[in-house]
Design a protein around this ligand. Sequence first.
Ligand code: 5GP
Length: 191
Amino acid sequence: MSRNLLIVLSGPSGVGKGTIIEKLLKRGDYALSVSCTTREAREGEVNGVSYHFVRHNEFEKLIEENGFLEYSNHFGNYYGTPRAFVEEQLGLRDVILEIEVDGALNVKTAHPEALLIMILPPDENELRARLKKRGSESERKIEERVKRMEYELSKRDKYDYAVINDDVDRAVVEIENIVKENKNKPGKEQI
Ligand code: 5GP
């Protein structure tokens, strides 16, 4: 019997995770977890769709209530995966989390059966250069983001798989094949 999987996707900023996830959702029956965050909504982001935007004290209350499967503090803001949604959906279908590496590794420690996939750029130097050029942010912010990219990439060996986003459709098919292969592996029950 195949089992439902907890699929954790990570990768540096600008690598194209969003487009890959959009395509996966169109092609298959996945639930995408909507995270809670204390950061401000950016233009165009919709509460409940992009994130659940919550206040600092609300987030801390949820931590106390064990409301998160994992959470972490990233660039001064909290981000967390609502536990109830994931547990409920896993009974029905595969669930995708799009989270950064620290949270992903915490998920793996608590739930070794989770499938960790890191999305990599075809050319790291090109992505580094692109992050430096992007937007109208201060030098410090840009430097922070490039450092973060190096940190995320340094954790790739801890992931179960690394998928290079050289062509988005190809990368999507590769992820689908990884999922298929793992669904049929005998393993421990999910959470
Ligand atoms: P952004 O603020 O650009 O939307 O996201 C910043 C980082 O937070 C991204 O790397 C994203 O993957 C990560 N992130 C989003 N939601 C969660 C979450 O629930 N938990 C963790 N640990 N990271 C998250």
